[in-house]
Design a protein around this ligand. Structure first.
Ligand code: MGD
Ligand code: MGD
Ligand code: MO
Length: 592
């Protein structure tokens, strides 16, 4: 049995950090289905699994996964189905967690009926699933999105706890894996291949912030905040240098972000395209795309090195990021230290040769650089027998302990408990998200917004190109809405609708579909920000960028991560003249 929280999305597994040589994830899903492995998908959107396989779809209220897992865990204990020996041998602190589960510590029994009330999934269904999970080899997976919500640390921790209670961690096909389907190479059989990378040097600035806290930093210099057991202070930032990222895609609550964006004295952006970030920069340095330069793709768990040949000469005045930084290094008098005297092609050869040297030591075969470059790729050997996650730990937890303080699976963490965070206690806990379908806030904003990764682009990249443009409805990002929710609002497919809450409002094109749960709307990320009046922060966004609606708050004091999947909205038919989308208009630039 494979129980997938957030599914194993075919759209997400197209992509992998550092590149992917062969797409295999969905073949594994088909193979599992053919082998008779039961597939259970727990997520608000049906297309988080390919539709050609048999899958049981359970659609709880978004962000209630921890409660759902607790309900299952309670059934295991109530029916004596949990593996006490595994919990004693391989885990730390189950005895601190069980009283919470049974309600001894807070008077709330977390049984299936309790979970049904929170999740909206019938108790009998949860009990049946618990018995099914305990009755056979079961693997649990949790997509990354399930963490991208308020208290997003909890569902992962609870999934590990649940898998520990089932006692199958370290057995083939059992236990837990985080992120199958979120990225192509997760769960893939790893090949032996050397690392290919640039030397990073040492950053003289040791100060840092958690990435999602950029706005707090810009707006509150000098203010102290908690992060992972430390108390840190926001620095006073006067200049922003942004290369390789679109903050108007990445950040939440963009109207708040726009205010913070006024604060730095200067903003420099590297971009190949006239993106919302480039429009809002003081200095834009045009950079080349991957098609205008040479590179090597070498994904970490992938088994290929692929030569990425330059296809066209740089367009206009564009330079590569490397040439821009080399030029700056030269003006700062450190060109030699930065470039080590190598240009692009010389670096590729250098990195490759280093990798080849370390491969030789590990007896891994690799051709000479020129042979590789001429041929275009090199495939590394993949071992025949598959490796099993935590096999060694299961065989001997003393000899192969985990990297946790106790060396065991920490169901209770003394470290985290010691931080004394209300929003992240010492064991997995159900904590109400800031906004969700079970809160009173639904009176005003009754729909849960899921802003997941887009189907036909990478984030906001190339939003103006055909693959992305062809998905748009009425020229805007499509918003998926359940037929019942659409009917209640007189919305039909193709209508322009307005999504809004107290943080902002945007337009989108209605896609009425049963593939989203009732009460949920899906507006994927990535439409280029396009406010009606750019000078008026908070004015209607015309194109369908969901981040004018999301909340800019950390998941908890522990991780301080982004909580994009926690937001309530209302949707209405847009009446009046529909404003044109201007996000892709380019400026007139005077020739120098
Ligand atoms: N096509 C495409 N693929 C991508 C990317 C892209 O932009 N486009 N981006 C890549 C990147 S950088 C990343 S980090 C990964 C992200 O990978 P994920 O985080 O896994 O991707 P998402 O599409 O955000 O979410 C997957 C599904 O989780 C479900 N979900 C959302 N909230 C909840 C919840 O509260 N509970 C449950 N059970 N399910 C929920 C939604 O139905 C959603 O479709 O994707 C990568 N792959
Ligand atoms: N609401 C909501 N928000 C989210 C998420 C969500 O699920 N929901 N997901 C979050 C996640 S997981 C992620 S990873 C982030 C992604 O957020 P970002 O990584 O910031 O988004 P991208 O659109 O990929 O931005 C990449 C930019 O780099 C530019 N670019 C392309 N090639 C080059 C190059 O060679 N050099 C330079 N200098 N630039 C180049 C592209 O044109 C593009 O504008 O978004 C986060 N934000
Ligand atoms: Mo990501």
């Amino acid at each position: 049995l494979l129980v997938a929280f957030g599914g194993i999305s075919p759209k997400n597994s197209q992509v992998s950090k550092d590149g992917i040589g062969q797409h295999e994830t969905q073949d594994y899903v088909r193979k599992a289905n053919r082998a008779g492995i039961g597939l259970v998908q727990i997520s608000p959107i049906r297309d988080d699994f390919i539709d050609e396989v048999d899958v049981e779809w359970i659609a709880p209220r978004p962000n209630t996964d921890t409660a759902l897992m607790l309900g299952i865990a309670h059934t295991l204990v109530a029916e004596g189905l949990h593996d006490r020996e595994f919990l004693d041998t391989y885990c730390a602190g189950y005895e601190r967690f069980e009283p919470y589960l049974l309600g001894d510590t807070d008077g709330v029994v977390k049984d299936a009926d309790w979970a049904a009330n929170i999740t909206g999934v019938a108790a009998v269904r949860l009990r049946a699933l618990a018995r099914r999970m305990a009755g056979r080899r079961t693997m649990i997976t949790v997509s990354w999105s399930v963490q991208r919500c308020d208290h997003g640390e909890q569902p992962c921790w609870m999934a590990i706890t649940l898998a520990a209670m089932l006692g199958q961690i370290g057995l083939p096909g059992g236990g837990v894996g985080i992120g199958y389907g979120s990225n192509a190479t997760i769960g893939q059989q790893a090949s032996k291949m050397p690392n290919l990378g640039l030397p990073q040097g040492a950053n003289k600035v040791s100060n840092y912030i958690p990435m999602a806290r950029v706005v707090d930093m810009l707006l509150s210099p000098g203010v102290a905040y908690n992060f992972n057991g430390e108390q840190l202070t926001y620095p006073d930032i006067r200049m922003v240098y942004w290369a390789g990222g679109n903050p108007f895609h990445k950040q939440q609550d963009l109207n708040r972000f726009l205010k913070a964006w006024q604060k730095p004295e200067s903003i420099i952006v590297h971009e190949p395209w006239w993106t919302p970030a480039a429009r809002r920069a003081d200095v834009v340095l045009p950079v080349t795309t991957t098609l205008e330069r040479n590179d090597i793709s070498a994904g970490l768990r992938d088994r290929f090195f692929v030569a990425m040949y330059q296809a066209v000469p740089p367009v206009g005045d564009a330079l590569s990021d490397y040439d821009i930084f080399s030029g700056l290094a030269d003006r700062l008098g450190v060109a030699k230290e930065f470039t080590e005297g190598r240009d692009e092609m010389e670096w590729l050869r250098h990195m490759y040769t280093n990798a080849q040297r370390s491969a030789k030591k590990q007896k891994i075969e690799m051709p000479e650089f020129d042979a590789f470059w001429d041929r275009g790729f090199w495939e590394f050997h993949t071992p025949e027998d598959s490796s099993i996650l935590f096999e060694g730990f299961r065989a001997d937890p003393n000899k192969m302990p985990l990297k946790t303080p106790s060396g065991r699976i920490e169901i209770f963490s003394k470290t985290i408990d010691g931080f004394e965070y209300d929003d992240c206690p010492g064991h997995p806990t159900w904590l109400e998200p800031a906004e969700w379908l079970g809160s009173e806030k639904v009176v005003k904003h009754p729909l849960h917004l899921i802003s997941n990764q887009p189907l036909r682009r990478m984030h906001s990249q190339l939003d103006f190109c055909e693959p992305s443009k062809n998905t748009k409805i009425a020229g805007r990002e499509p918003v998926s809405i359940h037929p019942d929710d659409a009917a209640a609002r007189q919305i039909s497919r193709g209508d322009v609708v307005r999504l809004f809450n107290d943080r902002g409002a945007c337009l989108a094109g209605a896609d009425v579909t049963e593939s989203v749960r009732q009460g949920v709307v899906r507006l994927s990320t990535g439409a280029w920000l396009d406010p009606m009046d750019p000078a008026d922060i908070g004015s209607l966004e015309k194109h369908g960028n969901p981040n004018v609606l999301t909340i800019d708050k950390g998941s908890s004091s522990l991780a301080q991560s982004c909580i994009a999947q926690t937001a309530l909205v209302e949707v209405e038919l847009y009446v009046g003249d529909v404003p044109p989308v201007t996000a892709f208009d380019t400026p007139e630039i005077d020739a120098i």
